[in-house]
Write a protein that binds this ligand. Sequence first.
Ligand code: A2P
Length: 336
Amino acid sequence: RRFHVAVVGATGAVGQTMLSILAEREFPVGKLSLLASERSAGQQVEFNGEKVTIQDLATFDPAGVEIALFSAGGGISREYAPKFAAAGAVVIDNSSSFRYDDDVPLVVSEVNPEAARNRPRGIIANPNCSTMQLMPVLAPIHREYGIERINVATYQSVSGAGQTGMEELGKQTAQLLGFQEIEPAKFPVQIAFNLIPHIDEFLDNGFTKEEMKLVWETRKILGDDSIQVNPTAVRVPVFYGHSEAVNIETRKKISVEQARELLAAAPGVKVVDERRAGGYPTPVTHASGTDPVYVGRIREDLSHPRGLNMWVVADNIRKGAALNAVQLAELVASGG
Ligand code: A2P
């Protein structure tokens, strides 16, 4: 059976990748409705060799849509996801608008797929990219060794800020190499040749919302509110692929060998951990354009008897967003 699929935000960085992943994985698409703003309405996009016309979301009638993939920002999701759900669609939402609602499941396909079955509002939330790539690595460790605390610093690429984020890095890089002045727009300060310890808004506790997503979402996905998470989220001048320096403290000690063995068998995870030059994953050499979550630099914490360090890298647009969304659509399509 084939499904009427809608992609909301079809012209965006994540939306475009959703389309290529739907085609790659031969998702049973019957009718395809592509939605964006009125700026893009009328443009044509290729899907499986056929041209599909982008429609204006504001005037689109969702009747008949069975699965809707949303990635057009939180405001758009808040306004339109309930309308699509009311019209009968299962909405898979990439924004943070519904992630923390008790009646909306937050699902990583390899980790808690059973949660996707219970969706009273017709909405399944796709986790934030930084949490997403950590979960396939941490879930098997948590199950066997019990994670008490996670210290994580992220190195997040500009594609996480959408098409305009990538354009800004490209433009600033060219301008600076040409000795021109730059004008920050999408990012709060210069991103080319720089690092920015600020993603999403500042909250009252001094953390950014991007950092708190790691706290809230890790607990919800692993189903354990006792897990302590101490995050720092940093934007880096990389186009595709988020990296994370992760330190965990477990209840039961886990050795490097045990971690490698567990992770080698973890679905969606690839261990790249040779202690030599280039024997570790990086966004450019491994993650960009690929599906797995890569883990390397596995080593015991010198400062804690039950601490373990890891370096986790994945394509934030693929596993971090579009791929997981399509995997969730596959769960829905198969009756899950
Ligand atoms: P558009 O290209 O028409 O602006 P990105 O995350 O790469 O910036 O992409 C954001 C996506 O969300 C784009 O597809 C964009 O469409 C879409 N979008 C932004 N604002 C709206 C809106 N008001 N209505 C529908 N889609 C929107």
